[in-house]
Design a protein around this ligand. Structure first.
Ligand code: PLP
Length: 550
């Protein structure tokens, strides 16, 4: 209770201080940067709404920005709003950062003069500086002009990537202040003990001296040959060495393809929920992502009727993510055949992201959609980050298959962009053959008794045992996407839910909205941590949901 009062009082003083300075939250963030500090968007919003109190270093920074004593900010002294606020409120917002620096000096001189911290702050703007000496005249006059602000491009306005978004910034801030956070937000296997096989590391070491130059832009012959052979085994038709490209992860290749294909206004069908990079890259390329529904009631399979309903004359392509991130779904052959049928009817390109294709459980088999579409233009994406658990080396690839004649011009565009980035990381290319064809350590993880399989079973049971939470059992990958009974918990804002869980339990998850899911009723858990950690985490989660109401 005391803590709540302190938070409220602090929030009130902070708001008063900001109003007096005519500073918005964004101005605080900018001013902190100018003073060599760091404040995150959600962090400031937490302070302003009274959700949390700042650590001492942050309190000091805020007091410097606002030009008020720390003691006043935490509620000591008179409550009266600063006298100078009316005048300052009339000043333009653009002066905010200049004001912030000025107030630093004001504060410094105030403390030097021994001002009583309990008294309401005077908020005096610094008087005109003394006449500059000849020596510093130039720089001083430059300093007086308000610095032009460098804003991000408008192209980024609708781009979302919450897997590393504002809640993650808040977690980083908490970590910097000494908190330990359990990160269930990102599918990064190595920190959870999934090691790169020794043979792969040894082979890279051995070849390092031969990897000093750029490679051919699409990639080393040995790497592309290994990828081609795998494609042949998966039944991809009409594959050749010239249309296999390696990239610095699948991420780079998604971006490259979206830029090569999409003109402003071109539509591309992308699943909802999705792996958000697809939507982000399509948007950045000027295209219009159109989300089709994956249906939780149907084991998260794509809803074919919804796909059909969303095709328009501007639709150029459809993306599928199989096995799926974030749901863990694995699409059966019949569903894939139906998608191929829609693509055939409407002459769509198929992009299939199959980066989890070897992480399939329950004795099921992964089918590449391209193997069912010899007459259609298909691009299949995969890499070493997930199915081989080697995410840090940054190596992925894409394979063109099926009808290449109709995508001749698109391929020219892809070649151009591929050449422009010169080539992908060459040491990583050098171990593709070893990793793809040597001992497959992941095989032992996904069978009964294996780490991934056991952790999946446990998390699935534990989540479904929490009143108000339900989840479909994942068949592949290492994610689960539980549903929250939002009425029970009164949840209307999933980012707030993620922040509250982070603050209360030090658990970092990704909100459903981060996957272009349009309701606040899901979140994604990465179940890579070892069983002991997962147990503790699920107990904390159960406790959180026993009291949480938004
Ligand atoms: N595609 C999907 C579906 C993913 O989940 C991820 C990463 O989480 C990527 C692509 C990016 O992979 P890479 O590490 O190869 O860039």
């Amino acid at each position: 209770m005391e803590d709540m009062d302190a938070r409220r009082l602090f929030a009130q003083r902070l708001r008063e201080g900001m109003a007096a300075r005519n500073l918005k939250q964004a101005d605080l963030i900018a001013a902190a940067g100018e003073l060599g500090g760091k404040l995150g968007k959600s962090q400031v919003s937490q302070y302003v709404s009274g959700k949390t109190l700042p650590r001492p270093a942050v309190l000091e920074l805020l007091s410097r920005i606002l030009g008020v004593p720390e003691a006043w900010l935490v509620g000591e002294g008179a409550q009266t709003p600063p006298a100078a606020s009316a005048r300052q409120a009339a000043e333009s917002r653009s002066e905010a950062s200049a004001a912030a620096s000025a107030f630093v000096q004001s504060e410094a001189s105030a403390s030097a003069s021994g001002r009583n911290p309990a008294a309401p702050p005077a908020f005096q703007r610094v008087a005109t500086p003394q006449a500059p000496t000849l020596q510093d005249q130039d720089t001083t006059s430059q300093r007086r002009a308000p610095m032009r602000q460098f804003t991000k491009s408008t192209k980024l306005e609708n781009v979302l990537y919450d897997v590393r978004g504002p809640v993650v910034d808040e977690a980083a801030r908490m970590e910097a202040e000494g908190e330990r956070i359990l990160k269930l937000n990102i599918g990064n296997p190595a920190p959870f003990g999934f090691r790169t096989p020794d043979e792969v590391v040894k082979d890279m070491r051995q070849q390092l001296t031969e990897c000093e130059g750029y490679s051919e832009s699409r990639g080393l012959f040995s790497a592309r040959k290994a990828i081609m052979q795998y494609a042949q085994i998966k039944g991809l038709p009409n594959v050749d060495m010239d249309t296999i490209y390696t990239g610095n992860g699948v991420s780079e290749l998604i971006q490259l393809c979206m830029h090569a294909l999409l003109d402003t206004g071109d539509e591309i069908l992308i699943p909802s929920p999705d792996y958000p990079l697809w939507t982000a890259c399509a948007t950045l390329a000027g295209g219009t992502p159109v989300h089709y529904l994956c249906d939780e009631q149907a084991e998260w399979n794509p809803d074919i009727a919804d796909i059909r309903a969303k095709v328009t004359p501007r639709t150029k392509a459809i993306v599928i993510i199989n096995p799926n991130n974030p749901t863990g779904a694995l699409y059966p052959r019949e569903v894939l055949e139906e998608i191929v049928e829609v693509a055939r009817e409407h002459q769509l390109m198929i992009f299939s992201d199959e980066i989890y294709d070897r992480l399939v459980m329950d004795g099921l088999e992964h089918v590449s959609i391209a193997s069912l579409a010899p007459d259609l233009p298909c691009v299949t994406f995969s890499g070493l980050s997930k199915s081989h658990m080697i995410a840090g080396y940054r190596i992925g690839w894409m394979i063109f298959s099926g009808n290449k004649r109709c995508m001749r011009d698109f391929i020219l565009g892809v070649n151009m962009l591929s050449n422009m980035r010169l080539c992908s990381n060459v040491p990583a290319q050098s171990i593709v053959q070893t990793a793809m064809w040597g001992h497959q350590s992941v095989k032992s993880y996904v069978v009964p008794g294996g780490r991934v399989c056991e952790q999946r079973d446990y998390v699935y049971e534990a989540l479904n045992a929490i009143p108000g939470i339900s989840a479909m059992k994942p068949k592949a990958a290492f994610y689960i996407f539980p549903k929250i009974d939002v009425e029970r918990f009164n949840i209307t804002d999933d980012e707030q839910f993620a922040l509250d869980l982070l603050h209360d339990k030090k658990i970092l998850i990704t909100r459903g909205g981060g996957f272009n899911w349009d309701k606040p009723d899901h979140f994604r858990v990465v179940y890579l941590p070892r069983m002991g950690v997962l147990r503790e985490c699920m107990e904390d989660l159960a406790d959180f949901f026993s009291y949480y109401r938004q």
